[in-house]
Design a protein around this ligand. Sequence first.
Ligand code: ZN
Ligand code: ZN
Length: 322
Amino acid sequence: MRRSHLGQIARAFVQWFDSEYFDPATVSDGRDVDCINWLRTLPFVILHLGCLAVFWVGWSPIAVQTAIALYLVRMFAITGIYHRYFAHRTFRTSRWAQFMFALLGASSAQRGPLWWAAHHRNHHRESDTQADPHSPVQYGFLRSHVGWFMCNRYYATHYPRIQDFARFPELIWLNRFDKAAPAALGLALYLVGAWLERTAPSLGVTGLQLFVWGFIVSTTVLFHATATINSLAHLIGSRRYDTGDASRNNFLLALITLGEGWHNNHHQHMGCTRQGFYWWEIDLTYYVLKLLSWTGIIWDLKPVPAKAYDPAEQLPAKRAAA
Ligand SMILES: [Zn+2]
Ligand SMILES: [Zn+2]
């Protein structure tokens, strides 16, 4: 018994660093696939507890500004890159830029790009049925928000669903060692903070302070803001289209997620780059992608199809409002 416990701990430890380390106990044992794997998810728990360190390291304007900036940049990476590029292929880019974008997305600590996009494609295929990995209608708020991806069933990347990107070895590597980019970001923040502490003490920042705010706090808030789209955006908001699932449009969620809150729009037309279909549906990710397209870094942005504006396609209440 004790030996098997030690084995579990050793296995989880390897899996913290190598997400694709084969784990026969959780892959073949059908009994526990829907249980939370607490050992494996320990880094995520520690991330949350780490937020309490703000009481120990204090704060400085530069540390808080760094946390906000890294939230915004990485939220864009999740919505513009993981979601609108890898999951839905709503624009095209070069292989070099694709890797740099994937690296930026991976620094968000929401696992690898192939893992993220493959599970998200499953969400659209099975939306709000029992096969949906994170339906609040089927499984409740907590599981759709945070519980689902902690379960053994969802640790593996569903490669058959993401074969188009799985042919790039650099993406496979980044996906397998999904802690590498977040770890590099955390270390860089610590080193920059320590350097500023020596060279510009008037800023009041330290290495640990910049690490705690810029990485720990920023990453935790970023996670929960992103997760509202899996949970709240299928519960609270209005519906313009009869999508056959519970997806909603929600202005507040669109603000905090830079455009993802137009989730009912997105479930109806998941292939277009833009998710806010009208000028008042603020979609900051789309505006940034449009700017990037003018520089030539990305191209072939997919437009909102004309039928999205067809009154016959919209639900009656929304047709009158629009
Ligand atoms: Zn959804
Ligand atoms: Zn989607």
